[in-house]
Design a binder for this molecule. Structure first.
Ligand code: NAP
Length: 245
């Protein structure tokens, strides 16, 4: 049975990703920064008959928490097949490049960028023991620098300075990570789940959580012939599914 760790999986897209991977027979370590919320999420899945799941406490802003999670996971499994870096924050709603306090930039980068790097570095040894390791970085269509330079793009005016910058940085990290692991069985990709109604945006997104999670799952279950080093986005590129960076 393949194993997967999903950060920020106690609700929304991460939770639904857990559900869909459980339905595909994966064993899910459901990452949560609050064990009570994680346990509630696990109980919900178990009451639907999805039992191969347990919560793992992991706050991606806190290196000690990440290291503790690595220790705990190492006592439960010898190998991790899939890491899904899903936990993310948007920061405050008004994010202008000149007036937003640097503390907001730092907070958003802490979770969306440095958190992903810390988690990936902490779990890479367990992933290397998988015959088909997969890393999925949940990014945003808003992380595309190419599209942010195109005035005809439908989200051209959504210039949320901290969030956009953090996801563009995450995309860059995905590219260099995929390059570093290019001669291995790893598939490392960035996935935009699409603008989706969740707590993240006060449920304003037009997309549904099951559709968003399905996009993440697709990259998590890639076979040996699957692509690596890609930016998957059905929103940005409805025909090819591959977004410009
Ligand atoms: P959400 O409803 O706000 O859920 C975010 C999840 O991340 C929650 O479980 C939250 O835990 C967790 N989290 C936040 N900070 C964390 C931290 N420091 N450590 C561990 N967990 C943390 O967001 P969502 O809409 O599901 O978004 C999931 C991912 O998709 C994010 O990376 C987001 O950037 C990306 N995305 C979303 C959309 C969209 O329209 N929704 C579009 C593009 C990309 P708590 O419950 O404890 O707060």
């Amino acid at each position: 049975m393949k194993t997967v760790l999903i950060t920020g999986a106690n609700k929304s897209i991460g939770f639904e990703t857990a559900r869909q991977l459980l339905q595909q027979g994966y064993y899910v370590y459901l990452g949560c920064r609050d064990m009570q919320k994680g346990q509630q999420a696990v109980s919900q899945l178990q009451s639907a008959g999805l039992n191969q799941v347990e919560p793992i406490e992991i706050d991606v802003d806190d290196l000690d928490s990440i290291k503790a999670a690595r220790e705990v996971l190492g006592q439960k499994t010898n190998v991790l097949d899939v890491l899904i870096n899903n936990a993310g924050i948007i920061g405050s709603m008004q994010q202008t490049p000149l007036d937003t306090d640097i503390s907001v930039f730092k907070q958003v980068f802490e979770t969306n960028f440095f958190g992903v790097i810390n988690v990936t570095q902490a779990f890479i040894d367990l992933l290397r023991l998988s015959p088909e390791p997969r890393i999925v970085n949940v990014t945003s269509g808003l992380g595309s620098l190419t599209l942010h330079s195109d005035p005809s793009w439908k989200y051209y005016q959504v210039k949320a300075a901290c969030y956009v910058s953090s996801k563009a940085a995450l995309n860059a990290y995905t590219i260099v990570l995929a390059y570093d692991l290019r001669d291995t069985a790893f598939k490392v990709n960035a996935v935009d789940p699409g603008y989706t109604a969740t707590d993240f945006n006060n449920h304003t997104g037009p997309g549904t959580v099951p559709d968003a999670a399905a996009r993440v799952v697709k990259a998590a279950v890639l076979g040996p012939d699957g692509l690596t080093g890609q930016f998957f986005s059905d929103d940005n590129a409805p025909e090819t599914g591959i977004s410009p960076w």
